[in-house]
Design a binder for this molecule. Structure first.
Ligand code: SF4
Length: 488
């Protein structure tokens, strides 16, 4: 169907080019395990929410046009109080809702309830539902209230589903946003139905746009988006001066020390090695333990006594080296997905990490997880805090002491590994993203996979986590070689 839905409308507001291309389904993206889990989780939560309205009539049919027709029949039937999955078309706009309720005082109109997986009232929720309300207003429907139905933070597994949700009234916010959309709607429709794609102009949105490299980015060498942690203010100022390339940033433009290093490397096509790098590396005490965690976060808890949206550790990998690049031992752990094993993870880890030597991580998340465990288990607190004291974050160390133009402004392990260690990367792995690892574990915990699929998935997960810590072993060696070469 050639209609404008919520997603296309909102994209067009951010960028008419992006909206126009999205409307024609021209953005290709591979569906990941994480995408599948998010879709699964939303479906389950929506179903749970809708089940609470037992007297409701469902407007959903296989075909969209049939759903729209069925919705109208239910709206016209004054006896019907609650409609699930209603769909509407008005002119070029198409909107579908989760739940709508006819007010007791029929003249007051309808109460709208949208179900969301996230725990906060994000702006994107308000914008999304405001677009849908715009469609209803155009149809002449009266709206009494708009609410978002979230998972209640007090919900625990085993409680009645009635206690699963809380409602937050967003009527005022949606009123304001819908008024803005009313003013924009005509222009947006014009842009979306134009014969030719609207001319692309560089803007904030381009930073994370999947089309950047084939769109405005195609003509920009060293785009300003490669500057790490570019603030909204910096970006706005650069764009207002028509500066799109790092090469065009003047010396007096206010940059952070790290941004200055990156800009200098890019402008002069050179690599930065801090004079402190060797000293920093030499300070790291032996033996070296390289540590990586994986974790999972779900809206509906996977285990009893766990609040919604809690981050739970699922596995770890530790490579132990007595000398640089000399692996003496490898430890790994993956939790039984059927039970909450946080304490066992903590105990096993304490046993693996010994009492001395550095614990090398990549990013600050391991430290945070350990502090979280220390808070949760009083009897393990001392040992876990002792581990935290030994942590050295390689991402932080690299950010402060080394930059290679091939990093492209990033510092994640997946970006820097193939630059520092040729022929090493993540592409060969079955699971090669943290989000996919978390989703795979969640599917196992929910009993969605067969026993055989679970065994395979565990193998893949262990391999993925192991690659992270082995990558750190090799990065450590590469950094030392760079620092030593610099000192010659
Ligand atoms: S790269 Fe920028 S201009 Fe091009 S489609 Fe994306 S957001 Fe729009």
């Amino acid at each position: 169907m050639d209609n404008i839905d919520k997603s296309v409308f909102l994209k067009c507001i951010e960028c008419p080019t992006l909206g126009w291309i999205s409307k024609r389904n021209r953005i290709k993206r591979t569906r990941t395990v994480n995408d599948e889990f998010m879709y699964y989780e939303f479906k389950v939560i929506k179903q749970k929410a809708q089940d609470l309205f037992s007297s409701a009539s469902d407007a959903k049919c296989k075909d969209r046009m049939d759903s729209i027709k069925r919705t109208q029949e239910l709206i016209n039937d004054a006896e019907v109080e609650i409609i699930l999955n209603p769909q509407f078309i008005c002119g070029n706009l198409f909107a579908s809702f989760d739940i709508i309720k006819r007010c007791k005082d029929k003249a007051a109109g309808w109460d709208i309830i949208e179900v969301k997986v996230g725990k906060k009232n994000k702006l994107k929720y308000i914008e999304g539902v405001s677009f849908k309300i715009l469609t209803l207003i155009n149809l002449g429907m009266q709206i009494n209230s708009v609410s978002i139905m979230h998972i209640n933070s007090k919900f625990r597994l085993g409680m009645d589903d009635k206690e699963c949700f809380e409602l937050s009234d967003v009527t005022d916010k949606v009123d304001w946003q819908t008024t803005q959309f009313v003013l924009m709607a005509q222009d947006i429709e014009k842009q979306l139905y134009a014969e030719e794609v609207p001319e692309a102009a560089i803007k904030r949105k381009c930073k994370n746009c999947p089309l950047f490299l084939e769109c405005v980015g195609a003509k920009i060498k060293n785009p300003i988006f490669e500057l790490p942690r570019l603030s909204a203010l910096q970006l706005q100022e650069l764009l207002s001066k028509n500066i799109y390339s790092i090469n065009d940033i003047s010396e007096d433009f206010p940059l952070t020390p790290h941004q200055k290093i990156v800009a200098d490397c890019i402008k002069n096509n050179k690599t930065y090695v801090s004079p402190n790098l060797k000293g920093e590396l030499q300070k790291i005490p032996q033996p070296f333990y390289y540590l990586d965690f994986e974790s999972v976060t779900t809206a509906i808890p996977l285990y009893p006594d766990v609040p919604p949206h809690s981050q739970l550790l699922t596995q770890f990998s530790v490579h132990k080296c007595l000398e640089i690049d000399e692996v003496a031992e490898h430890f790994e752990y993956i939790a039984d997905p059927k039970i909450n094993n946080q304490k066992e993870i903590a105990q096993t880890l304490i046993a693996c990490l010994g009492k001395e030597g550095a614990i090398i991580t990549y990013s600050g998340s391991e430290k945070l997880s350990l502090l979280h465990l220390a808070n949760a288990y009083e009897d393990l607190k001392e040992s876990l805090l002792a581990i935290v004291e030994r942590i050295i974050d390689f991402e932080y160390l690299i950010r402060n002491n080394y930059y290679n133009v091939e990093f492209g402004g990033h510092s994640s392990i997946k970006t820097i590994l193939p630059v520092l260690v040729k022929d090493m990367g993540y592409d060969w792995l079955e699971i090669n993203q943290g989000g996919d690892a978390a989703a795979t574990f969640a599917f196992m915990a929910l009993g969605i996979y067969t026993q055989e699929a679970c065994e395979k998935a565990k193998e893949h997960l262990l391999r993925y986590c192991k690659q992270d810590t082995f990558a750190m072993v090799k990065i450590h060696k590469a950094l030392l070689e760079i620092a030593s070469a610099e000192m010659v």
